[in-house]
Design a protein around this ligand. Structure first.
Ligand code: PLP
Length: 426
C-alpha cells in the first residue's frame, strides 16, 4: 500500500463530480487540489476516491503531523467509538480531555508560559493572543506586525496579515504598523517608540519565526533577538505566531526556540488539532474577558491533540524532524544544482520551500506533481512548500524529489495551458 500509484486522469471521474459540486455550492471556494480524499491512507500516503495513491508533502496544510492511520491516534479514536454524540461547550462545561490537553501542553511551553486558552482555529488563537496582549496595554493605539506576514482571516488577525489584497479588499482593519522582515526591524521598531507612540500605546508585536503563507522565509536570528530585547525593555508583549511552525515542525517544539528567545504569548493550532493561545496565567483577563462556546473544538480533537504531543515525545520526532529536514533541504539543493528553474531553497526542519520562475509555473508544477502522485503546496508569489508528516522517511524524501525532478522537466519548457481549474505543462 505504501507507494505512489496513479491509475486515472487527475482528477479522476469520481473526484471530478464532487469537485464540480464543491465549486457550485461552497461559499469559500478557491481552486482545490485535483482529488477528493478517500480518508484512507497509511503513513505519508493516502488515497483519493478514485483509488489513486499519493505521497503527502502537504500534511493537510501542516495539520497532520503524524500521517495517516497512526496506531496511537487510531486507538484514541477507537476509545471514543461508543461516545454520546455531544459537542461539549467546553469553556463552561468542563470535560477531562480539555484539562488533560492543557496539562500536556504546558509541559512543552517555555517556563513562564504556564496557561492556555483553547479555541477552534489558528485565526482564533491569534485573535485571542492580541486581545490578551491589549488587555495588558490598555492605552493601545496600534499593534505591530511584519511585512509579508500571515496571521489568519478573522478581522483582527487579517488586520495583521500583509499578503494578498484579495484577502483584505473591502474589509475594515484595525490600526497596525509594519516592520520589515529583515535586520532593520529593530531599528524601525525603536523609531516607532521614539517618534510615534509611547511603549504602553503599542499593543503588541507579532511575528512568525518562519513566515508560512508568505513564502517560508526564516527570520534572521539577530533580528528576532533585537526585537525581543526592545519589546522586553519597553514592556511591549511579544507574540509569536506558531500556528504553522509550532508543535515540532522545525525540530524544536516552537519555531521561536530556534532563535534562543522566549515570547510573552504563543498562538498555536494546526498540528495541535485545536487552537491555543498560550501565555503566563497572569496575562489572561478577568472571567468573561475572553471565551468561546466550544473552546478547543470536539472532545476527540482535544484527545488527539494530547496524543499528538505524547507521540512526538515518545517517538523522538523532534530529532527526527531535524534530521529529515536537513536531508530534504540537501536533496532540494541537489535538484537546484541540476535544474536552474528551482531556486532559493530555504526553510527549517520539515518546513522547506523553493521558488520557480513565476506563479503560473508554480501552479503548473503543483498540478504536474499531483498527476505524478506527489502533493505539495504553494507559498509566497512563486514558492512551493514541502511539509511532509513528521514520520517521513529518507526513501519517501527521495521519492518526492524524484517526482519534483520529473515535473520540473515538463514545466521547464514553460508552455502552460489552463484547462478548467488547473495549469498544465505542455
Ligand atoms: C502562521 C499562521 N497563522 C494563522 C493561521 C490561521 O489559521 P487557521 O486557518 O486555522 O485559522 C495560519 C493558517 O495557515 C498560519 O499559517
Amino acid at each position: 500500500m505504501k507507494h505512489i500509484s496513479i491509475k486515472t486522469t487527475i482528477p479522476g471521474p469520481k473526484s471530478s463530480k464532487f469537485l464540480s459540486s464543491f465549486k457550485e455550492r461552497n461559499g469559500g471556494w478557491m481552486s482545490p487540489h485535483p482529488y477528493v480524499h478517500s480518508k484512507q491512507g497509511e503513513g505519508c500516503y493516502f488515497s483519493d476516491i478514485d483509488g489513486n495513491m499519493y505521497l503527502d508533502f502537504a500534511s493537510q496544510v501542516a495539520s497532520n503531523p503524524l500521517g495517516y492511520n497512526h496506531p496511537t491516534l487510531v486507538s484514541v479514536v477507537n476509545r471514543y467509538k461508543n461516545m454520546f454524540p455531544v459537542k461539549y461547550g467546553g469553556q463552561d462545561f468542563v470535560v477531562p480531555e480539555h484539562v488533560e490537553l492543557l496539562e500536556e501542553l504546558v509541559t512543552i511551553t517555555p517556563k513562564e508560559l504556564n496557561a492556555a486558552f483553547l479555541v477552534n482555529s489558528g485565526a482564533e488563537a491569534v485573535e485571542n493572543a492580541i486581545k490578551i496582549a491589549m488587555r495588558s496595554q490598555p492605552a493601545t493605539k496600534f499593534g505591530v506586525s511584519f511585512e509579508n506576514g500571515w496571521h489568519g482571516r478573522t478581522l483582527g488577525a487579517l488586520s495583521l496579515t500583509n499578503s494578498k489584497v484579495v484577502q483584505k479588499k473591502g474589509y475594515l482593519t484595525f490600526p497596525v504598523r509594519r516592520l520589515p522582515y529583515d535586520v532593520s526591524a529593530g531599528e524601525k521598531l525603536q523609531r516607532l517608540i521614539d517618534a510615534e507612540a509611547t511603549p504602553d500605546e503599542i499593543g503588541f508585536v507579532i511575528i512568525e519565526p518562519i513566515q508560512g503563507e508568505g513564502g517560508y522565509y526564516v527570520a534572521q536570528k539577530e533580528m528576532v533577538q533585537e526585537v525581543r530585547k526592545i519589546t522586553k525593555d519597553n514592556g511591549i508583549p511579544l507574540i509569536t505566531d506558531e500556528v504553522q511552525c509550532g508543535i515540532g515542525r522545525t525540530g524544536t517544539w516552537w519555531g521561536i526556540q530556534q532563535f534562543d528567545v522566549a515570547p510573552d504569548v504563543i498562538a498555536s493550532a494546526k498540528a495541535l488539532q485545536v487552537g491555543a493561545t498560550i501565555a503566563n496565567k497572569k496575562m489572561f483577563p478577568e472571567p468573561g474577558g475572553i471565551s468561546s462556546t466550544w473552546g478547543g473544538g470536539h472532545v476527540l480533537d482535544l484527545a488527539l491533540g494530547m496524543a499528538t504531543i505524547q507521540t512526538i515525545k515518545k517517538e523522538n520526532l523532534l530529532v527526527h524532524n531535524q534530521r529529515m529536514g536537513k536531508l530534504l533541504h540537501a536533496r532540494l539543493h541537489e535538484l537546484a544544482s541540476e535544474i536552474q528553474d528551482l531556486q532559493h531553497v530555504r526553510g527549517m526542519g520539515l518546513m522547506q520551500a523553493f521558488d520557480v520562475p513565476s506563479s503560473e509555473y508554480r501552479n503548473a508544477m503543483i498540478y504536474e506533481c499531483a498527476k505524478r502522485g506527489l502533493i505539495v503546496l504553494p507559498c509566497g508569489k512563486q514558492g512551493i512548500r514541502c511539509i511532509p508528516p513528521y514520520i517521513v522517511t529518507e526513501t519517501e524524501i527521495d521519492e518526492a524529489c524524484s517526482v519534483l525532478h520529473d515535473a520540473m522537466h515538463v514545466c521547464k519548457k514553460r508552455r502552460f495551458i489552463k484547462i478548467g481549474d488547473y495549469y498544465h505543462a505542455r
